[in-house]
Design a binder for this molecule. Sequence first.
Ligand SMILES: [Fe+2]
Ligand SMILES: [Fe+2]
Length: 267
Amino acid sequence: MLDQTRIIRADIYSLAKSYNHYAEVDVHFDERAKFQAALDTRILAYGAGINDYGAKQLAPHMLRAATILRAFCFESLEKTQMTCDNLFEIFKHHDIGKTDEHYKRATIWTLDRAPTPEEKADQKRHAELGPKVIDDVLKQMEASTLFRQSDYILALKGASMYHHERLDGEGPQGLKDSALGPIMKTMCVVDAYDGDLIPRQQQIDRGEIRTPESVVLRLYEDQKYHGGLDPVIINAFRAFLPRLQELEVEFAKNDATRRPVLTPSFP
Ligand SMILES: [Fe+2]
Ligand SMILES: [Fe+2]
């Protein structure tokens, strides 16, 4: 059972700064590597031969979001490199709930129209399903009790469950501002940013081309974010725009299906 109280009290940040993901001497190093490989296999297989959603969209999205989170936390929020590396490793699997067997039709994630209210509600369930998928994978690999209760697993469960929360308590789990730590709030901003930058069929039909700059502005202006995202973090994220534009160019090199190559508008 997920210890929500501990996650809320400790915050992802406290969990993520308590170990070194890359230290081979870490007691959980081998199990963590095995567990992450199992998650990656699961993600890459999801929707294979149907819409290849796991390999073509989900894995690239999570990798981009994790890369942005690591850079932002290190360069703007001045967290330590080790903590930011840990946050990267956690966030690169934050949408693992989308691979739950509840979503037998992987096509629910690649609709060529706006989802119906029922489909939207169903999609939102991926947050609460995150810890369940993590437990399924831990069970399959017969993970030790110590690893199941490790800070890494706890932080990953927290990220998978709370990355769509809103300050006004209207997110999937209903946590409010004071219950969300700063890194959790940052994860919500980063996820919204990367998600909004993914071209959708409806935008293409309208001739709308999104850029890092236009999407950062949407975080302020779009009605759906009002009362949801932390304005202090959005301001810091806006100041980070030159780096977001640089990262976008890097992503486009490896991710041709996802975004057109954008030329940064700064020198
Ligand atoms: Fe998500
Ligand atoms: Fe996401």
